[in-house]
Design a protein around this ligand. Structure first.
Ligand code: CA
Length: 714
């Protein structure tokens, strides 16, 4: 296969010179005559398209298109938009293949759209039961589809991998990739290499064992599966790597799942035929509960290189041994060739949640360098001799027994939001986040209604509505775009945002970097010096990454916009920029001189339910808070405020209708909207205490005059 594909690429290059010089400044491939296998291997030659999740297998998310550039970007304006049906988090990176845009959206829906006009060609709704929402720790998002020879491939929140006919959106095959008795979910985009589709899953917050699987694109047959943490040591190990990993665990980890889920990033090196996977946090977070505080717990929080054909282990690098802070290494991995100390090095780069930027040799896994790119107080440095972090003793809250404010927080110095590497500037553009979190160790684990281990055995501090307190907390929770030199391991420039949560990044041959932000602005910066050159009101908070493409010599910039994800779900106002962000989920597409305009929002004001007549008892409200925190906070947010993703409970009319409230909490009357019955873990008395707590939140809002919100209408 290798010989054929390199022959094809020679043919492609010869055929393309000079006939493929397009008006957008790049080369075009004749897509009809060349097999898709060679097209994706040479994806960098297809400047008009965005064939793979990171555009090319090295996942640089750089497009050489230069028609839109620093000189004319001020003329960039909206050309078309398409409303999406569900106002939940939108984290998808679209693909653009020969004039068709393929994007996924919340609740694992998939759309094919005419990329020139925005006209919908087809849509596919996998009808994920809304009750599955509770198994997705971090909103019902989807980060994208993969394409291979007429197949559109994607995962669903309920664990299916589906292949659609790219021409008409009909289902070709569908396989279940998970044990449906366990709280797995899929939010990540599959990757495709040589007719194999790779898919991981999430669930380490709830007690699962992580793995990645390879399926045959043509029929959905399972080809191989690689587990990221060992199973029961009395059963045969799946491979030598699991035998090695088991020596780094203690306690009865297999009963708790262990974690290490492959929920987002992968990249592929065609030269070495290596598939790189990033693995997640431990399950539960606390190493004492998880592993009796023993060992490094391989392969948590690691980059693991696998043989792409067989799934066999080749090497690993663990960013955070015996992980205890939700420091996943599932973050975006970029392959590049860098000149370091006079040598060309083939590297893989990652800015994982733990706050250090890593440069590794991608053939061997050798650590080349690592420096902090945000505020870090859990480790003093990464020791280049041992390759290990120098962890500060006070950061091990499970040993000290103290509440400890640690940076980065579980939200990470950087999360799934894609970075971008520009070979023109040599810089990596990181959507960075600054937040500290008060960790403390509980001695026992909470179980959710699914019977799963609750991995979050740490406490989320109460965040009241008091504007002064919110301002104080928020001042320590900010985001920025960091232009990072991976050779010198230094920041070259930064764009500062008020809010923690902002969008993924695109860089282009026009010396531009594009990023949306949580305040609802979509912006372009000069890639070399960070000058803000263009911005537009997107009418919605943005978390996804933009991409670019060209049709008939005209360059477009597009992104899937819509506020959401775990940070707004759980922290509410802490994640906001200026006021409550809104979610108007849409695909927004721009070009020079574009002529479309977003409709003026016709929002109405909703007034908070009046429950001033209810007399509360302080000790009951306190008990209600404790129960809320254990059972409700992960979706309904700190202080029951909602975070702009799920409805603000303080506005619930059921605060005045106790029977209705208890029916929702205990009988699941709103299960079709995702609120399943909590009767297995919440007693009728507790349900009432939680209602009292939310009434208290409502009454407090009245005392500070914060009693209205926008009801969004597109
Ligand atoms: Ca996690």
């Amino acid at each position: 296969m290798k010989n054929i594909s390199s022959l094809c690429s020679v043919v492609l290059v010869l055929w393309c010179l000079p006939a493929c010089q397009s008006e957008t400044g790049g080369k075009k491939a004749d897509s009809k005559t060349i097999s898709f296998a060679s097209r994706v291997t040479e994806a960098h030659l297809e400047e008009d398209n965005w064939l793979l999740h990171g555009r090319t297998y090295d996942e640089q998310r750089f497009s050489p298109l230069s028609q839109i550039n620093t000189k004319n970007v001020s003329n960039l304006s909206l050309e078309w938009f398409l409303d999406l049906p569900e106002a939940r988090g939108q984290e998808s990176t679209p693909l653009i293949i020969d004039g068709v845009l393929y994007a996924s959206a919340a609740w694992s829906m998939v759309f094919a759209i005419d990329a020139r006009t925005g006209k919908e060609i087809w849509r596919f709704d996998p009808d994920v039961p809304r009750s599955w929402g509770i198994r997705a720790c971090c909103d019902v998002v989807n980060r994208g589809v993969a394409y291979w020879d007429g197949h559109i491939l994607f995962g669903t929140i309920d664990g299916r991998l589906i292949a659609l006919d790219a021409a008409n959106g009909t289902e070709i095959w569908s396989v279940n990739t998970i044990d449906i008795e366990k709280p797995y979910s899929i939010t990540g985009a599959p990757r495709v290499v040589n007719g194999k589709v790779y898919i991981g899953n999430g669930g380490a917050e709830f007690g699962v064992r992580g793995y990645v699987s390879a399926y045959d694109v043509l029929n959905g047959d399972l080809i191989w599966r690689f587990y990221t943490v060992p199973g029961h040591p009395e059963e045969p190990f799946e491979n030598e790597a699991m035998k090695m990993a088991a020596k780094t665990w203690g306690g009865n980890w297999w009963e708790l799942g262990g974690g290490g889920t492959v929920w987002d990033s992968m990249s592929y090196d065609s030269k070495y035929n290596l598939l790189y996977i990033g693995t997640g946090n431990g399950s539960p977070w606390n190493p004492k509960l998880r592993s009796d505080n023993k060992g490094d717990n391989l392969f948590l929080s690691s980059i693991v290189a696998l043989d792409a054909d067989s799934g066999e282990y080749v090497w690993h690098y663990q960013t955070t041994p015996s992980e205890g802070w939700d420091y996943t290494a599932t973050q975006h991995m970029i392959l590049a060739d860098l000149h370091i100390e006079g040598q060309k090095r083939e590297v893989i780069m990652q800015a994982p949640k733990n706050g250090f930027f890593y440069v590794l040799d991608r053939r061997t896994g050798e650590l080349i360098s690592a420096e902090a790119f945000v505020n870090v107080n859990w480790a003093s440095e990464i020791n280049l001799e041992t390759g290990r972090p120098e962890v500060l003793p006070e950061a091990k809250y499970w040993e000290t027994g103290k509440v400890t404010l640690i940076a980065p927080a579980w939200s990470g110095g950087h999360s799934w939001h894609p970075m971008s590497y520009s070979p023109d500037t040599g810089l990596v553009y990181i959507p960075a986040q600054e937040m500290a979190f008060p960790y403390y160790a509980k001695t026992e684990m909470k179980r959710n209604p699914l019977g799963a281990n609750h991995g979050i055995d740490t406490r989320l501090a109460e965040i009241p509505d008091d504007p002064e307190i919110i301002t104080a907390v928020k001042s320590a929770a900010t985001g920025h775009l960091s232009a990072w030199d991976p050779v010198s391991q230094k920041e070259i420039w930064r764009a500062q945002y008020k809010g923690l949560l902002n969008g993924g990044v695109l860089s282009t041959g026009g010396n531009l970097v594009f990023q949306g932000n949580g305040a609802g602005s979509f912006q372009a910066f000069s890639a070399d010096n960070g000058d803000l050159l263009w911005e537009t009101d997107a009418q919605t908070g943005i978390v996804a990454a933009p991409v670019t493409y060209a049709i008939d010599g005209e360059q477009y910039i597009t992104l899937v916009a819509g506020w959401g994800g775990i940070v707004p779900l759980m922290t509410g106002p802490v994640s906001w920029n200026d006021g409550e962000p809104v979610n108007r989920s849409r695909i927004l597409t721009y070009k020079l001189g574009g002529t479309a305009a977003l409709p003026k929002p016709k929002d109405t004001i909703q007034k908070m339910t009046d429950v001033s007549h209810v007399q509360l008892k302080v000790d009951e409200v306190k008990k209600g808070f404790k129960s809320y925190e254990e059972n409700c906070v992960q979706c309904h947010g700190a202080g029951a405020v909602g975070g702009g993703v799920i409805k603000d409970l303080r506005f619930s009319p059921l605060l005045n209708i106790p029977e209705g409230w208890h029916q929702v909490v205990l009988e699941g009357t709103l299960e079709d909207r995702g609120m399943i019955s909590f009767a297995s873990v919440i007693s009728p008395e507790e349900s009432e205490l939680i209602r009292q707590y939310v009434i208290g939140r409502n009454q407090f809002a009245h005392t500070i005059g914060d009693t209205t919100r926008l009801l969004l209408q597109k």
